[in-house]
Structures are given as C-alpha cells and as structure tokens.
Design a protein around this ligand. Structure first.
Ligand SMILES: Cc1cc2nc3c(=O)[nH]c(=O)nc-3n(C[C@H](O)[C@H](O)[C@H](O)COP(=O)(O)O)c2cc1C
Length: 473
C-alpha cells in the first residue's frame, strides 16, 4: 500500500493542509495529509465562526462518542459566528495533566479533520505532527485513529516512541509518551499518559494500525529510528533544507550568509544511497515539486516525493485568500522572496518566511505586537526550583521568560508562531476589539517556481493541477 502513491502532499501546520486539501489530493490517488498541529484551537475557532458549510457539525455527528461531541458543540458554537471585533474564547492551557475538556477537544478535533478528509473516496489519508509539540500527542493520535487515519507522519524530533503508541491504540489500550522536561531529574514523573477507556462512551471494535513515516534529515537518524523505535517504522520522508516550515539546523559550528540566514554545507546532505540500503520505502522532500525532480527521486530509488509549497498556494489549501493571492502575484511578477530566519521560531529551528507586506515578516509589524503567549503549543516544559513542571516560551514577555530561568538573549527576534499561524488561516485573535493578530507565512525555496502550476491565462490553480503537472514525469 505504501508504494501505491508517488506524491505525498506534505503536512502544513497550522491548518494549511486542511481536510479540504488532503481530501482533494487523496481523491486523486496520491497521499493527502492533514496537519495535526493546533487542531483543537482550529476546531474551537471554526465553531465560533459559525461553522460555515456545517462541515464541523457533520464531523461531530460521526464521532463515536456523541455526548463528548455535543459538549464541544455547546462550548464553542456561535450561530452566525462571533462579531468580528470580539475575541475568540481562551482555551484552558495544555499541560502535562491537561484538563479533561482539553483532552476531549484534541481527540474530537483530530477525528473531525481526518473524517472530513476521508469523506467521499476510498483512498488513505495521513496526518502530520511535530514531535516537539508533545503534550497533545496521545489524545490527538487516538482521535485520528478513531477516524481511520491511514498514515501518521512525524518530524521535528526523534519519534522513537510513537510506533508503539499506534500499536497500543489498536485495542484502545492505555499508552504513554515521555515528555521532555528541561532540567528533569531521574525521580521526576515526566510521563504523559492517556487511557482511552476513561473517555469511551461505549466499547468499539479494534482500530486499524496506521502506517508510520518518520520525517528525517539525516541517514544516521533514519538508522536510529529503525533500531530504537518501540514498533514498526514503515517509511521515511527525507527532507532537505529548502523545504518550507521548520528546517533541521545545519550541522557543526553555525555559519550565516550576509543576510543572516544559516548556511548549509556538505555535512547536511543526506546520503540517499544509505537510506536506500535500509530497505524501507522513502520519499524525498524539499524542492521536489517539479516533474524533473520527481524523475530524479525515482531514479535514486525513492518511492516518490513529498511536496508542500506547491500545494500551499492551490485553491483548496487553508491559507487565507488575501495572502495566497498576494504571494502568487509576487511569484508571477518575480518579486517573491523567502528568508530562512534562524531565530523567529521559539523552537530554535530555522524557519522559512515568505516576505509579505502587512505580515509578521516585516520588522515594524513584529515590533508593534505586544508579546503575549496564550496558545502555548511551542512552550518548553522545564523543572522549577520547587521540583514541579512549568512551561516557557522565548516568544513570551521577556521578564516572564527570564523569571522562569530563560535567557534574555534567547528572546531576541522570536515571533509568536502560534498566533501568527492561526491568523494565516483566517482565524486571527482580536485583542481588546482592536489589535488583530497578523500572519507569518512560511514556504519553501520553491515558492519562486510555483507559477508552473498555473493553467494558461489563469491566476489560480488546484491540487489536481499540481498532481497532473508532477506526474508528467
Ligand atoms: C506552509 C508550510 C507548513 C509546513 N508545516 C509543516 C508541519 O507542520 N510539519 C511538517 O512535518 N512539515 C511541515 N512543512 C514541511 C512540508 O511538509 C514538506 O516536507 C516540505 O515543505 C517539502 O518541501 P517543498 O515545500 O519544497 O515542497 C511545512 C511546509 C510548508 C510550506
């Protein structure tokens, strides 16, 4: 089954690879992948926006535990949508022992996204998570499995303990996951736990075990994952530094070009032959969105390519229309530019940023935003002096970050990706009825090439246009 598609539409958080995009790709026989990042917040905001098209309602109606689905509907749905100047509700912050309400929201939101992406066809759909965003993993994966997700893809970390989680959830058994806690001591309890039966309203048949693909940027990591994972790894996505989103940092002593972007060298190149020798199917990613590059990948022994930037700007993606159109126009006029920002992301990974007027890529827009951390997906868990677990983000107010043991120099240039990425898909937080959060668009270096997907004399293209073009290979 894993060889039956050549193109994986890469996961794009938050909400860029929405159910609509993944469904369009899977309907065309390639692997559509929804982003699993921040789906809880996204579902809550879609409901507060009045659930246009009633898609969320349809997803909720199919959730196997109807009382739980109803609680969420009642908590967030606003008929006709909230007034534009009203803030979205603040969700209870997630933590190692998140409130039950939040666990339910993770589970239901992941179910709904996968359910909708699978509607109307029989092809598999995948879900993408970032390993670094650990707190939501267990209820999210369980929710996606309840909806029959076919593939779980995970990068941005070393996901050796995920395959075993997938195995446990097949029979609705409890699963655990080690939370990384800075400064933790051996005696600290840092284990995340999730017991499906504490949430199930009735017994269910066993679930299908999704295939697990790890997204990696080194052959050493691929070999480690095969050796150390607590369950089967079914494939790899091998991602290079021209990919959109977060990139693996360059190896060795950091070097920067004149513009301040990290410089990658020979040591960062993945030895594809070594990956091939591992005997597991793999897809190449990062600048592979053309028929020529697809052909090159296939002749290197890959099962295909993972492509994201090309799909980000197609009609079905979740990126808001004004940003999509503005960036497409820049591409066509030759003015599109990507900057690899070494500090913007609180994760400390390089993050690719499309330069766009009015967005957080501009210094004055960034400086005008008061530092607020109220979504918290990228917070790092750390051990407090009192031995408890707390959370901090270098994007939060500097004095608060320092009071939590963080270093002032680590806050410089940090951007609130959480709020910006949710703004990118049309659900910006509104503060005091006035300040509206701005987006920050990420895209791969291939952005400048996407005009190749525009049909003659058209200013927009579809997921099918991308697939047809790539398969010319
Ligand atoms: C807008 C955008 C968001 C992304 N978000 C994620 C993500 O949440 N998780 C992830 O594993 N990769 C993410 N990526 C990386 C893609 O899944 C993919 O591997 C990569 O972009 C492929 O390179 P390409 O953009 O040159 O086609 C993102 C890429 C883009 C363009």
């Amino acid at each position: 089954m894993s060889k039956s598609f050549t193109i994986i539409q890469g996961g794009m958080g938050a909400g860029i690879s929405s159910w609509r995009l993944a469904r369009a790709v899977s309907q065309h026989g390639q692997l559509g992948v929804v982003s699993g990042t921040a789906l809880d917040e996204i579902l809550a905001r879609r409901l507060q926006d009045g659930d246009p098209g009633e898609h969320m309602r349809r997803g909720l109606d199919h959730f196997p535990f109807s009382r739980m689905a109803e609680r969420i509907w009642q908590a967030y749905y606003i008929p006709g949508g909230k007034p534009a100047d009203q803030s979205y509700l603040k969700l209870p912050m997630h933590s190692k022992d998140s409130p039950r309400e939040r666990m339910e929201l993770y589970m239901v939101a992941n179910f709904v996204e996968v359910f909708l992406a699978r509607e109307g066809h029989d092809h598999p759909v995948g879900i993408n998570y970032l390993e670094k965003i650990q707190l939501p993993h267990l209820p999210s994966i369980y929710g996606a499995m309840l909806a029959g997700v076919g593939y779980v893809l995970m990068g941005a970390g070393i996901p050796v303990r995920i395959p075993g989680v997938l195995d446990r959830f097949v029979n609705h058994e409890p699963a655990s996951y080690p939370l990384q806690v800075a400064g933790a001591q051996d005696s600290d309890d840092t284990t995340l736990a999730f017991v499906p039966r504490e949430f199930m309203e009735q017994d269910l048949e066993p679930l299908a075990r999704p295939r697990f693909f790890a997204i990696i940027a080194s052959n050493v990591l691929a070999a480690t994952l095969l050796k150390k994972s607590n369950g089967r790894v079914d494939g790899f996505v091998v991602e290079g530094p021209s990919a959109g989103g977060h990139n693996a940092p360059p190896r060795g002593k950091p070097q920067f070009n004149q513009a301040g972007e990290p410089v990658y060298g020979e040591r960062d190149k993945v030895d594809v032959e070594k990956i091939r020798e591992l005997g597991v199917p793999f897809w190449l990613a990062g600048g592979y969105g053309s028929p020529e590059k697809l052909r090159e990948a296939l002749s290197a022994g890959a099962a295909g390519v993972q492509v994201a930037t090309a799909f980000e700007f197609c009609a079905e993606s979740g990126l808001r229309d004004d940003y999509k159109q503005a960036l497409l126009e820049k591409v066509v006029s030759g003015h599109a530019r990507i900057f690899t920002d070494a500090v913007a992301s609180p994760t400390n990974f390089p993050f690719k940023v499309a330069q766009l007027e009015g967005s957080m890529s501009e210094q004055d827009v960034y400086l005008a935003r008061p530092r607020i951390c109220d979504l918290g997906y990228l917070r790092e868990a750390y051990r407090t002096a009192g031995g408890t677990i707390d959370y901090r983000c270098p994007g939060e107010p500097v004095s608060i970050y320092i009071s939590k043991g963080g270093r002032a120099e680590d806050t410089v240039g940090r951007k609130c990706l959480c709020n910006s990425l949710v703004a990118n898909i049309g659900h910006p937080q509104v503060r005091k009825g006035k300040h509206v959060e701005r987006g920050l668009v990420t895209a791969g270096d291939d952005l400048t090439e996407i005009a190749r997907f525009l049909p003659p004399s058209k200013s927009a293209y579809s997921a099918a246009d991308v697939i047809t073009k790539l398969l010319e290979a």
